[in-house]
Structures are given as structure tokens and as C-alpha cells.
Design a protein around this ligand. Structure first.
Ligand SMILES: Cc1cc2nc3c(=O)[nH]c(=O)nc-3n(C[C@H](O)[C@H](O)[C@H](O)COP(=O)(O)OP(=O)(O)OC[C@H]3O[C@@H](n4cnc5c(N)ncnc54)[C@H](O)[C@@H]3O)c2cc1C
Length: 139
């Protein structure tokens, strides 16, 4: 049994969140729920995990618990770049081991193509554009 003892509290100053259309907030969870899968947190990670579980185990009940509103945490307030290379391509954990770097790049390309596929499949109006990336040096 999992007992949730702390809840997140992101600040209320996110423009992306307040400028987007209002959401229908789901009623809060109360009492006890028993399910094979419980995913805690409905950011990108939790939503993706819950979605994959639902695809893999369509007969199982999957409970997704969010302590705030969906999209109120980091996932709803990021800059929206889905990059393939890390911000710092000179970082030791990137260039230190070429095999790891190649694996990360492959994973990121896979994620980008998955995003494109889902946006097309569900007709999501999110102004996605393949813009490439400029890498600039300041010193
Ligand atoms: C300003 C900013 C800009 C960024 N820009 C980019 C970018 O351009 N590109 C990029 O790839 N990444 C960017 N990031 C990083 C990216 O947004 C995060 O890595 C990503 O959103 C993390 O997703 P997550 O689902 O792991 O965490 P979160 O989005 O933080 O989701 C975790 C969720 O779990 C909930 N939660 C936590 N604890 C509990 C609990 N005990 N009970 C119930 N619910 C709980 C939280 O309320 C939250 O909604 C940016 C981040 C920030 C803050």
C-alpha cells in the first residue's frame, strides 16, 4: 500500500497555463482505490507511463494520480523544445562515452518521431514545427 505524505506545490505564475483554455478539473481522489497500476504524477513522464501501460495492458485498471492540475508542473511550463542533442554537447556525460551518446541520440530521435506521429494521429493543434537547432558559442 502506498501512502502519499507530501504533495507538490508549484508556483502559480505560469503564463502558458493561465493563457490556455480552462480545463475540466477531475474530482479529487478520496477513500481507497485498489488497482494493478498506480501512476503518481501527470506530467510528461506519468502521462507517457500511463499511456504505455494502457496500450500494453488494455484490460488492467490504471490509476493516474495528480497532486495539482495536469500540466501545472514543469511539463506545462517548459519552453517546448524537443531537441535531439543535449543543450551542452561538450558535457562529459555526453561526449565521455560515444556509445551512450549514440544511444541517447537514438532515443531522442525516437521520441521526436513519436511526438510527430501522435500529433498527426490525434490532430493536436500545438503548432509543432521542425525548425532544426542553432548551436552558438559565447566565449
Ligand atoms: C522553465 C522550464 C523550461 C523547460 N524547457 C524544456 C524544453 O524546452 N524542452 C524539454 O525537453 N524540457 C524542458 N524542460 C524540462 C521538462 O519540462 C521536464 O524535464 C519535464 O516536464 C519533466 O516531466 P515529469 O513528468 O518528469 O515531471 P513534472 O512535469 O514535474 O510532473 C510531475 C508531476 O507529478 C506531480 N506530483 C509530484 N509529486 C506528487 C505526489 N506526491 N502526488 C501526486 N502528484 C505528484 C506534480 O504535480 C507534477 O504534475 C523545462 C523545464 C522548465 C521548468
Amino acid at each position: 500500500m502506498y501512502r502519499n505524505t507530501s504533495t507538490p506545490a508549484d508556483d502559480n505564475g505560469c503564463g502558458w497555463f493561465h493563457l490556455s483554455p480552462p480545463r475540466d478539473v477531475r474530482p479529487g481522489h478520496s477513500g481507497r482505490t485498489k488497482a494493478r497500476w498506480v501512476v503518481l504524477g501527470a506530467g510528461f513522464t506519468g502521462l507517457a507511463a500511463a499511456r504505455q501501460l494502457a496500450l500494453k495492458f488494455p484490460r488492467d485498471e490504471i490509476v493516474l494520480i495528480e497532486g495539482q492540475q495536469v500540466g501545472f508542473g514543469a511539463s506545462g511550463r517548459n519552453s517546448g523544445f524537443a531537441i535531439d542533442l543535449p543543450h551542452d554537447i561538450g558535457a562529459h556525460d555526453y561526449i565521455g562515452d560515444p556509445a551512450t551518446a549514440r544511444m541517447n541520440l537514438k532515443l531522442n530521435h525516437f521520441a521526436q518521431s513519436m511526438i510527430r506521429t501522435l500529433v498527426a494521429q490525434y490532430g493536436i493543434d500545438c503548432q509543432i514545427r521542425a525548425d532544426g537547432k542553432y548551436q552558438a558559442a559565447v566565449e
